[in-house]
Design a protein around this ligand. Structure first.
Ligand SMILES: *Cc1c(COP(=O)(O)O)cnc(C)c1O
Length: 374
């Protein structure tokens, strides 16, 4: 079946007790046994599994044409479960353009724990090859990258990982449905479901998805069940509800972002536009090959540097000045403020999460904010 159908039907059944069309929210932490001391259902205790989480996992797996989805309480909890499934002494390769929270984990938690890593530009195969060590077990890909929208060739990196006996993980948070990392050879795909999958800026969550189980995937599953960083039934319920409209929302996010990117690329106050859908983007051809649309995230650099960026921010009326992405409302942020010393990009940069408002209104808002800045 197609994504639009799976997004509504996978993991879903009419409630047999009440006939409820939408799945009931099950808040019970514990599940009863019968007179023979047998569990009445497949559930025993809510941390191990519960109906709302199970439904969400089934739907997320189906959308990735996979058998295994393991839901966590946040994207970073999902990332941590993957990193923890390596062993002390293992080495991984990761881009300096990776979401800075993952870099914070490596630096502040896993270095002490004995995990080694090398930062390499994953848009450059020679740099990745040069970073390989005898103990390299994992290559961590995030594409499009944050906030510069750099594109990594998933197929190429996954092939390289496999040739050295390592696995390839793809953080697909920015590109659900429009990019299928498992089809391109990645072993694991992970999401912060807080972003597009939740889609309304009102839930935190994460997930790791694998086509089939194996020893490594089993360990990640153990980190969910006995590590305990699990999402609440209500957050699973919200995410399941949100998934139903993900295909249409992604389509609109991508369409609006393309229009806004085109507006920026013709604006005299804008020095650079980072959006993989523009032919001027250095990896546009690759993005066209491995994505079915170019996403709802873009960033711009202002000709007038940081002062112009901050002035533009201050003048925007419709865009909310806030971090995060993937919600129905458009957001804008001065990313260098958020990342501090981790920022490895210009302080003239504004990162934009394009929402579902009418794109003409969004363009008009930027037009008035940029006025006179050229
Ligand atoms: C937000 C984000 C994360 C972290 O997810 P949380 O749900 O905030 O823990 C990881 N990767 C990317 C690309 C993100 O945008």
């Amino acid at each position: 079946m197609h994504s639009e159908t799976l997004a509504i039907h996978a993991g879903h059944a009419i409630d047999p007790h009440t006939g409820a069309v939408m799945m009931p929210l099950v808040l019970s932490t514990t599940f009863a046994r019968n007179e023979d001391n047998q569990l009445i259902s497949q559930f025993a205790y809510s941390r191990s599994d519960n109906p709302n989480r199970k439904a969400l996992e089934e739907r997320l797996a189906a959308l990735e044409n996979a058998q295994v989805a393991i839901a966590f309480s946040s994207g970073l909890a999902a990332a941590m479960a993957i990193l923890h499934s390596l062993a002390p002494g293992d080495h991984l390769i990761i881009s300096p353009n990776t979401y800075f929270g993952v870099r914070l984990q490596l630096e502040n938690l896993y270095q002490r724990w004995g995990l080694q890593y090398t930062l390499a530009d994953l848009t450059n195969l020679e740099q990745i090859k040069a970073a390989v060590q005898p103990n390299t077990r994992l290559i961590w890909v995030e594409t499009p990258s944050n906030p510069l929208c750099k594109i990594t060739d998933i197929e190429q990196v996954a092939a390289l990982a496999h040739s050295i006996g390592a696995i390839c993980v793809c953080d697909n948070t920015w590109a659900p449905l429009i990019q299928k990392p498992l089809d391109l050879g990645a072993d694991l795909v992970m999401y912060s479901t807080t972003k597009y999958i939740g889609g309304h800026s009102d839930l935190l969550g994460g997930v790791v998805i694998a086509r089939t189980s194996n020893e490594f995937v089993e360990r990640i599953s153990l980190f969910q069940k006995i590590g305990g960083a699990v999402p609440s039934p209500f957050e699973c319920w919200l995410a399941l509800r949100s998934l139903a409209t993900l295909p249409q929302r992604m389509q609109a996010h991508c369409h609006h972002a393309m229009l806004i990117a085109e507006f920026f690329s013709n604006h005299p106050a804008v020095e650079k536009v980072h959006y993989p859908g523009l032919p001027s983007h250095p990896e546009h051809a690759l993005a066209k090959r491995q994505m079915s649309a170019f996403g709802g995230m873009l960033s711009i650099e202002l000709k007038g540097g940081k002062p112009a960026a901050l002035q533009t921010l201050a003048r925007l009326k419709l865009f909310t000045r806030a971090t995060s992405l993937g919600g129905v409302e458009s957001l804008v942020e001065h990313r260098a403020t958020v990342e501090g010393t981790y920022a490895n990009f210009s302080d003239a940069l504004l990162r934009i999460s394009v929402g579902l408002e009418n794109p003409l209104d969004l363009i008009e808002d930027f037009a008035q904010a940029l006025e006179g800045l050229a």
